[in-house]
Design a protein around this ligand. Sequence first.
Ligand SMILES: Cc1cc2nc3c(=O)[nH]c(=O)nc-3n(C[C@H](O)[C@H](O)[C@H](O)COP(=O)(O)O)c2cc1C
Length: 449
Amino acid sequence: MTKPLNLGVFEILTPSNGVPTWRHPNGRARRYGDVAYWSDVARTLDEAGFDFLFFADSYGYPIIDGEVPDEVMRHGILFPGYDPMLLVSAVSQAAPGLGIVVTSSTSLEQPFPTARRFATLDEFTGGRIGWNIVTGSTAQVTEGLFGISHYDHDTRYDVADEFVDLCRTLWEDGWDDDAVRFDVDGDTLVDPSRVHEIDYRSRHFASRGLFKVPPGPQRTPVLFQAGASGRGKDFGARNAEAMFTQGQNKEQARASSQDIRARVAAAGRDPHDLRILSGVTVTVAETSDEAAAKRRELEELFSSDDAAILFAGFTGIDLRSLDPKMHLDDIPRNDQGQTPLDRYRTVEGVDTVQDVLDAFRVQERGFVVTGDPVSVAEELIETAEYADVDGYMLEPTFGDMGAYQDFIRLVLPELRRRGAWREPDREATLRERLGFPEATPGFRPERRG
Ligand SMILES: Cc1cc2nc3c(=O)[nH]c(=O)nc-3n(C[C@H](O)[C@H](O)[C@H](O)COP(=O)(O)O)c2cc1C
């Protein structure tokens, strides 16, 4: 039987999502810094019944050999950008049922203030906040910006395990449920016997004292993870409730889901106790010809040079500096991010440097689904079933909310007719919306470090 899909939207607080769509009439251009615009996006998604709005984020920007290519600024390739964390409160008031997931790095932030921010946002959003935990892209840039040296790739994940352990300790052990009283007759605002001192010490972090923020409806924000190396997936299997993946095709996505679920089981959890959510770019129109024409128009906006710069930003690898005929397996590895390259290793027809660049230009993130409403709905359902993914994060195509409005108008009714989508409970916390029975976390990994 078809299972209802979880649906979210993937956004970045930049003028475009990588493809330079800001100059297109349906781009968001200057509105990327307009709180009213984002509130409108959130309201639209909420009214339609989407589960969440997700904000990717990074302090960095693409560089090649230590230099910022001119195109980064001229074409707006992940530049400029604002801090999405500061948008959450405003946007959540416009969309009272919608979850909001915001990215925060374990390599650049500190656990205590991170825990405080998310606990505050859990209260302010009425239990609808999620944390996309990243060890961080653009590592070379952030070393300069923060004046630090990063640990190597795998150690960053060891640090992240401890970072999350400390945050969970603050969220889950600091307060009993009924500690806040506001009891005038009993002369007690907070019952001191129900607030507990934290004394946490691990290899990389220590914290002793009280956590001043009382628990919100979820206590712990819903923990998302993005990062798909073996070590990244093990981190997700241990800590996350939802994983953001970028399937390129059904076969690869299925293998990836099997791998993730096996790692979740190895971490002592039910393998389906984690939502796998794949990125997808949907271009839909009344007819498949119209949809194909729109899709072509989108692809024409993204030049090969801009694509190479974006790719270098994610991976530290400038594909243009390599022999276009070099085999994929011979591309030198570095310590930045392995996923964007690894995801092409099992894609048929992608063998060389030139193939990677060509493939990335037309499919930078997740599945590409183009067609009329019925074919799009059927492809999404079939892919989810075959690849064992629980839902999708939609990309914005030209940049404004047109892609979401098309999806809501044309695809959602078809999904619903096929039992693959149902009206959500808008009173539920984000965790409950994702199909977990309790408002608060159902599991807690054993402490490490
Ligand atoms: C699908 C996906 C989305 C990501 N989103 C972000 C992001 O928004 N901000 C960020 O700093 N890093 C992001 N990352 C980077 C990861 O957190 C991680 O640092 C990087 O991918 C290297 O880990 P890996 O080799 O396990 O993939 C993302 C990675 C993936 C695969």
